[in-house]
Design a protein around this ligand. Structure first.
Ligand SMILES: [Zn+2]
Length: 174
């Protein structure tokens, strides 16, 4: 899975990274559910539960603490479900792990989120998960900066706001 896709899918899981794709994922969930004649509300509820749990797990890890067991259980519940949906498919002389075509309902989006989360949790990138220092932001991001001192989810958003606040504070006290 490419890193971009990982980012996108995790963004939906818990306000992670820079893109705000929640509404898009919700729309996809509902559409997929309606198309498959399945219960989109159940999938949506499951997505929100997973999202909250995944967010708290990553928040704990970013803070250097152990995630709460019930949150890890919730994440694992979906990781396990996702795992059985994968199969090897030949692609140009190689094999890829691909999602099974059968039974693809609205849950398929959840499996992708769960797998993206599992890949992050088992990679070195986990050590670079940070919480944005922006006031009332709370977004998570991967700090890929060379000195690992990145503080904001996005420089153009939280970063600029913080800089502006600093500027006015200094101007007032001058
Ligand atoms: Zn932020």
């Amino acid at each position: 899975m490419s890193e971009d896709r990982l980012k996108r899918e995790l963004a939906a899981a818990g306000h992670v990274f820079e893109s705000d794709t929640d509404s898009e994922v919700v729309a996809h969930l509902i559409e997929a559910g309606l198309n498959a004649g399945l219960d989109p509300l159940a999938a949506l509820k499951s997505a929100l539960r997973f999202r909250e749990a995944a967010y708290r797990v990553l928040l704990a890890i970013a803070a250097g603490t152990e995630p709460v067991e019930s949150d890890l259980l919730e994440v694992n519940r979906l990781v396990k479900k996702a795992q059985v949906q994968l199969e090897l498919v030949p692609v140009a002389g190689h094999y890829h792990l691909s999602w099974r075509k059968t039974g693809a309902g609205p849950e398929q989006i959840l499996w992708r989120l769960a797998r993206a989360m599992a890949e992050l949790m088992t990679s070195d990138a986990l050590l670079t998960v940070r919480v944005c220092a922006g006031e009332a932001c709370g977004w998570l991001f991967l700090d890929k900066s060379r000195n690992h001192l990145r503080r904001w989810c996005s420089m153009s958003d939280c970063g600029n706001r913080a800089k502006a606040r600093e500027f006015y504070k200094r101007a007032r006290s001058a």
